[in-house]
Each structure stands twice: as C-alpha cells, then as structure tokens.
Design a protein around this ligand. Structure first.
Ligand code: PLP
Length: 385
C-alpha cells in the first residue's frame, strides 16, 4: 500500500475502519433492495437498517425508535435546530463556538448566543442569563471540533430545566462520539447528532437521536421514511457501515483513549520542549482532563498557519487550521475569537488531531518535522523585518 503520509487530521475526517468497509459491501453489490419495498431483497435491506438502528441507539444511549438516520452531521444539526424551532416557535440558543452547522441555523433564526471562557468551556453564568421560558432549543456541543474541549452537559441541562423548562437540549456529539460514552455524557440531552466519518465510518451518513415526546418538524418530506421524520430512501450500505464503525469504536474506546491520549501528550510535550512561544489552546498547567484525547491544538507566535500548513504538507504531514470547513480563510477562526485567544497567537494556530489509526510513528515523524518548520518560518519572518 502507498505510504499514507503523516495524517494528523482526524478531526476533519477519519480513515474508514476495515470492518466498516467490509460490512457495507454486500449492500452495494448484492443486497441492493430498496428498504421501503415489499420483496425479499427489500426486506433484507430493511432488516439491516433495523439492526443498525439498534446498534446506534445503544451506542448513543437512546431507544431504536428514537434514531433518525441522516446524510451526516450537518443535516442532523440542521434538523435539530430548524426542526424544533419550527415545531415550538421561540428562540434557539447556542454557544459562540459551535460548529457552523449549528451556529448558522441559530443565527438565521435570530437566536441567542452564549459565551465560552478562555479554556473553551461554555460560560454557565452567561447561559443562565441568556435563557428564559421563551427559548425553544439550547444547543451545546459535546466536544469542540477545533480545540477538543468537552462541555459540562449535565450542568447545562440543569440550568435549562430551571430557566426554560419547555426548551429541549441538543448536543452536537459529532466530535465527541469517538471518545465519550454518550449514554453517560449526553444522558440529559433530548437531541444528539453524530456523523460516521468522524469515527471510522463513511462520509455522508449520520444520525440524530430524538427522544420520545420531542416535537420536531421534518426538513425533508415525501416518502415517509424514518417514521416521517426524514423522507428519502435510506443509504443502506452507509448506515450498515456507520453501525459497524460505532460498534468497534464503543468496544475499543477505553484502550483507544488511553493509547491515543498518551500519543497526543508526547506530541505536545515534544513540540513545546523544542520551541519557545508555543501556546496550547485552552490548557493551563498541562491539565488536559477537559479535552478529548485526540486533540492537540497549538498556537505558534510569529508564524502564519497557512504558511506552516504549506510547509508541513511538503513533508507529507496533513493537519489543519481552524475547522476543516472554515480553512482557506485567513482570519482567526470564530472558535479562537470566542475563546479570546490573542490574534498574535491565533494567527499561527494549527489543529493536530489524532484518531483510531494514529501510531507512535506518526508522532515521531511529526516531531521531526513540525519544530523545524516553525523555526524556519520564524527565521524567515525575522529576516523580512
Ligand atoms: N459538527 C461538528 C462538531 C463537526 O466537527 C462537523 C464536521 O466537521 C460537523 C458537525 C458536520 O458534520 P458532517 O461533516 O458529517 O456534515
């Protein structure tokens, strides 16, 4: 197999688990029936979706009937915000550093935005100030996609119950699922989004868990699939692979978290000991207990992220700046702005995200490449001054 290079962009997408690829093949090649049909092959496809629904429900901590399969995380997030708002009226609320798939619907609906603190944690006092009984949905992500900070969902839920008892709580667990036990962490959430390609499943397939009793207006109608909550023929092969990836992720989570967390720690300390003026975003005193294990987010003073990523790519190291969807833009990301990161540091930020397939070799290679690249850029910008 060709050398895949040094892939440190699991936050953008992960390689598929071989078991997930294998699981989906029969539904592409031989069992291609439409799950809404009545004949043998259609029934087989429907059974495969039913089985997948049970697996996903258990992995999220929901009932099978509460799972709606979607075309990925963005669609799940959009369905949660627009769907609830259209059914309930009232204002949606989210944090200032949500993924754009939540932030844009909330902004479009004229919703309210809650601050986060410098560590990248939702400001609970501000949340309590912002919400009132006129709020329809409150959306707080399980883990942030750029800086990897885990949010205190139980505390958020308690505030929502007290200040806006009729509001529903949504959590975007797209980045969280790989690392966090959602049946525990998201137990108080009424709506939970996940996306296959962030944990070894395929792109373009995800799910929204909608707890029984939560009213939600569908965004795609016609066909009546997914109990009339999301019309359209289901992506059978994708759903089967999503479930296969979820099953392995849950089975291996504890060991993966430990192994990858240790790799991440070695990566951070290796870079920091090789270079001055490096800030680890949202972390003080090396305490990373509030971060998902795969997340390493660093800011280098005196460097521009785009130039650094370009140099890293010349050594076949793949990483990203800002969230992948927003990269290409030169301004500091909305996440770093929300966390009040100094522009001087924020302009030189990169996300090195590890995942299930990351190895010690990846870290060795990164440590051989990154400090030297940063030094080169600093010397170059010093020489231009
Ligand atoms: N939410 C978060 C936190 C994400 O990181 C992403 C993808 O980067 C999405 C939503 C969108 O998911 P998808 O790429 O499946 O549409």
């Amino acid at each position: 197999m060709a050398d895949p290079g040094t892939y440190l962009d699991h936050g953008a997408t992960t390689p598929m688990r071989p078991e997930a690829i294998e699981a989906m093949m029969p539904y592409l090649a031989t069992t291609y029936g439409n799950p809404s049909g009545g004949h043998r092959m259609a029934r087989e496809a429907r059974r495969a979706i039913d089985d997948a629904r049970e697996i996903i429900a258990a992995a999220i901590g929901a009932k099978p009937g509460e799972i709606v399969f979607t075309g990925g995380g963005t669609e799940a997030d959009n369905l949660a915000i627009f769907g609830v708002q259209e059914a309930h009226g009232g204002d949606p609320v989210c944090t200032s550093f949500e993924h754009h798939a939540v932030l844009e619907p909330v902004e479009e609906l004229g919703g309210r935005i809650v601050r986060v603190d410098r560590r990248g944690i939702v400001d609970l006092d501000h949340l309590a100030e912002v919400i009132d009984p006129n709020v329809s949905v409150v959306s707080v992500m399980a883990a942030n996609n750029e800086v990897g900070t885990v949010q205190p969902l139980d505390q958020v839920a308690a505030i929502v119950k007290e200040r806006a008892p009729r509001a529903v709580l949504h959590t975007d667990a797209v980045q969280g699922f790989a690392w966090l036990d959602l049946p525990t962490v998201a137990r108080e959430a009424d709506l939970i989004s996940i996306s296959g390609h962030k944990f070894g499943g395929p792109k373009g397939v995800g799910a929204l868990a909608i707890r029984d009793g939560v009213a939600l207006r569908p965004r795609a109608v016609g066909g009546g699939q997914e109990r009339e909550r999301r019309g359209g023929t289901q992506n059978v092969a994708g759903i089967v692979a999503l479930a296969a990836a979820a099953e392995i992720t849950v089975r291996d989570r504890e060991t993966t978290n430990e192994r990858v967390g240790a790799l991440r720690d070695r990566l951070v300390s290796g870079i920091r000991s090789a270079l001055p003026d490096v800030m680890e975003t949202g972390v003080t005193d090396d305490d990373r207990s509030h971060k998902i294990p795969g997340s390493c987010h660093l800011c280098f003073r005196g460097v521009e992220s785009e130039a650094l990523l370009f140099l890293l790519e010349q050594h076949d190291l793949m990483a990203s700046a800002a969230s992948s969807c927003a990269s290409g833009a030169l301004q500091v990301s909305h996440v770093l702005t929300a966390m009040a990161v100094d522009d001087e540091f924020g302009a030189g930020s990169i996300r090195l995200s590890l995942g299930w397939s990351s190895t010690s070799d990846d870290v060795d290679r990164a440590l051989a490449i990154i400090p030297e690249a940063v030094q080169r850029l600093r010397e170059h910008s010093g020489a231009r001054r």
